[in-house]
Design a protein around this ligand. Structure first.
Ligand code: GTP
Ligand code: SPV
Ligand code: MN
Length: 589
């Protein structure tokens, strides 16, 4: 008798018609075999999947070049198919599930012909964690199979676990013909099912990541009483050796990976890494919020990563290792066979091909590495990995940061007055769009809790859910907004950022431990400058004051924009959030 899993795989194979089915066991030998296939056999649009890089300087590393139209998440092709549109909300694209299946069935008919279907059994979360979830993804891309092995706990043990059960999250993925006109990333939350066709790019194709661990998981969290969030998890160690655990939500390409691996500029302080992209938050029996990272890898932005901005990531990328590391759409230094990108530091090498393999020189005025070029690397290679990383229970969270990329308006750091006010603070976040998704870059859009593209249901219900979670927390974390990106009139960043962000984290830890007071402003609690540790930092008094300036006119405009956004949710928007907005407007008057 076939198990539900075998039956499901068989059905998908009858539709997609692969030449062969390969059940992956997650072993090291298998990873090497898949890389070999990607170098020598498999082709996408006539090109190899992988090119071997210089293993002396970048051990076990491979370059992948994607189709030029397939370089970022495509939010306009991403749908959440609840039975009714209202449940998906104005924050999501919606199609009736039946209609979506009709379209996808047609597109998928024979889509794996002459290709291999890889069956990937994997776990999001530590297998012993009560919060972990079992999943299976089918894909016809060896790049996706290898990436999933780096990013998730993949292995055949899971098949033992699933056995006769139907309780696993399903993902069906095919690169199709990579034509954006035939590209869809479609979620069926009621069925724990994601169906993606036409893209091989990270967030579109590694279905354990944004598709399951945020969009589907956020919906599971609503029903089961927990939260799936676009968050970093870090431990901040102080000079006495005490560790405070903090999560931080920042939109895509706004600094999570950098924050997660921050190398402190303050002596005695150290940041330990637990995650750089996704956190699942549960209310513990102690009334605290506990966080696990369901992933075990980084899919990080390459451009701008350097020994100066993120020395710990550079070490992870260059580490001697058995897990392969992938570079996607970076440039290549032909003299050394090393990956290269803008912002890597040092002189520009002489002989470069760009992310598409075309000869490049800096006078051309084009980009050598794609702005959204990325690396895929195991978290176990991070020199800053927390000793709690594999703790199935996770870590207790004392503070949550909500951030965004704002050249204007937003102070460096602001604390919410209380839980309700803090949920308003999270819901009013906005950020400039980045190259992580295909849209115009640099436009401010509302991005509550950095979850706009990832919340698998109506965001009004999501705000209500956050409010409800607060009622169950007897010892809630404090909540802050942060903005590393405020600029002066010339467009220069006012705050040095990166390793200096530890100074903001230190203030956060001091607030958590009630060591310092804060000033009451209309928009929240602001640090007294005397409480910020600025020892050894070269920053003018003027810049510092501008970092915390609250321009009433700008904020009134901001409030209008927030109001327009909230109105889009109609009657569903919690009245508590409206009340907070109205109070803020009153105070700004
Ligand atoms: P996703 O992987 O897309 O979710 O993004 P992420 O939030 O992990 O982004 P990442 O840390 O890779 O940030 C990428 C961009 O933010 C790069 O352009 C960095 O240079 C920039 N960045 C990160 N931290 C800082 C900072 O403190 N100050 C400034 N000015 N830029 C920063
Ligand atoms: C993001 O875009 O927020 C990422 C990269 O972390 S992706 O996996 O493509 O979603
Ligand atoms: Mn992300």
């Amino acid at each position: 008798m076939a198990t539900p899993l075998e039956k499901w795989v068989d059905e998908q194979a009858r539709l997609t018609k692969p030449k062969k089915i390969w059940w992956c066991d997650g072993s090291e030998e298998e990873a090497h075999r898949l890389i070999e296939i990607g170098i020598k056999e498999e082709r996408i649009a006539g090109r190899p999947i992988f090119y071997e890089l210089n293993h002396r300087t970048f051990p076990n590393s491979y370059l992948h070049r994607s189709h030029p139209t397939d370089v970022a998440r495509t939010e306009h092709l991403t749908y959440i198919c609840h039975p009714d549109k209202e449940t998906a909300g104005p924050n999501n694209n919606w199609m009736a599930p039946k209609e979506a299946k009709r379209i996808l069935t047609k597109l998928s008919d024979g889509c794996m012909r002459s290709r291999t279907m890889y069956v990937l059994p994997y776990m999001m979360g530590h297998p012993e964690s009560p919060y972990a979830k079992a999943c299976v993804q089918l894909t016809d891309s060896s790049y996706v199979a290898i990436s999933m092995r780096i990013m998730t706990r993949m292995g055949k043990d899971l098949l033992e676990k699933i056995k006769d059960s139907d309780d696993f999250v399903k993902g069906l993925h095919s690169v199709g013909d990579l034509d954006p006109k035939r590209r869809f990333i479609i979620h069926f939350p009621e069925e724990n099912f994601v169906w993606s066709i036409g893209s091989g790019y990270g967030g579109n194709a590694l279905l354990g990541k944004k598709c399951f661990s945020l969009r589907i998981a956020s919906w599971l969290g609503l029903r089961e009483g927990w939260l799936a969030e676009h968050m970093v998890i870090i431990g901040i160690e102080d000079p006495k050796g005490n560790i405070t655990y903090v999560t931080a939500a920042l939109p895509s390409a706004c600094g999570k990976t950098n924050l997660a691996m921050l190398e402190s500029s303050l002596t005695g302080y150290k940041v330990w890494t637990l995650g750089d992209d996704i956190a699942w938050l549960n209310v513990g029996p102690d009334g605290r919020l506990w966080a696990i990272n369901p992933e075990i890898g980084f899919f990080g932005v390459a451009r701008g990563t350097s020994p100066k901005t993120n020395p710990n990531m550079m070490k992870a990328l260059k580490k001697e290792k058995f897990y392969p590391t992938l570079f996607t759409n970076t440039a290549l230094n032909l003299d050394t066979n090393e990956p290269w990108w803008e912002g890597m530091d040092g002189p520009v090498p002489n002989s470069i091909v760009d992310w598409q393999g075309t000869p490049w020189d800096s006078s051309q005025g084009t980009q050598a590495a794609h702005p959204n070029s990325r690396f895929t690397v195991s978290i176990y290679h991070a020199p800053t990995l927390s000793s709690e990383f594999d703790n199935p229970k996770g870590v207790p969270i004392s503070a949550i940061l909500f951030g965004g990329k704002r050249m204007h308006v937003k102070p460096l750091v602001v604390e919410g007055f209380d839980w309700q006010n803090s949920i308003f603070l999270g819901s009013r976040m906005g950020s400039e769009t980045t190259a992580a998704a295909t849209h115009e870059v640099g436009v401010v859009r509302r991005d509550p809790m950095a979850m706009l593209p990832f919340c698998g249901y109506n965001m009004a219900d999501y705000f209500r859910h956050w409010l409800n979670i607060g009622k169950r927390l007897t010892n809630p974390p404090k909540i802050f907004s942060v903005n590393w990106f405020r600029t002066d009139a010339q467009g220069n960043y006012l705050w040095p950022g990166f390793r200096e962000n530890i100074r903001v984290l230190k203030w956060v830890v001091d607030r958590v431990n009630n060591r310092v007071d804060a000033a009451r402003a209309p928009i929240g609690l602001i640090p007294y400058l005397k409480d910020l540790d600025l020892e050894g930092l070269n920053i003018s008094r003027e810049n510092l004051e501008r970092l915390f300036e609250i321009d009433v006119k700008e904020w009134q405009k901001e409030a209008e924009d927030i109001e327009i956004f909230f109105r889009s949710f109609g009657e569903r928007m919690p009245k508590e959030i409206w009340q907070e907005l109205n109070e803020m407007k009153e105070k700004l008057r």
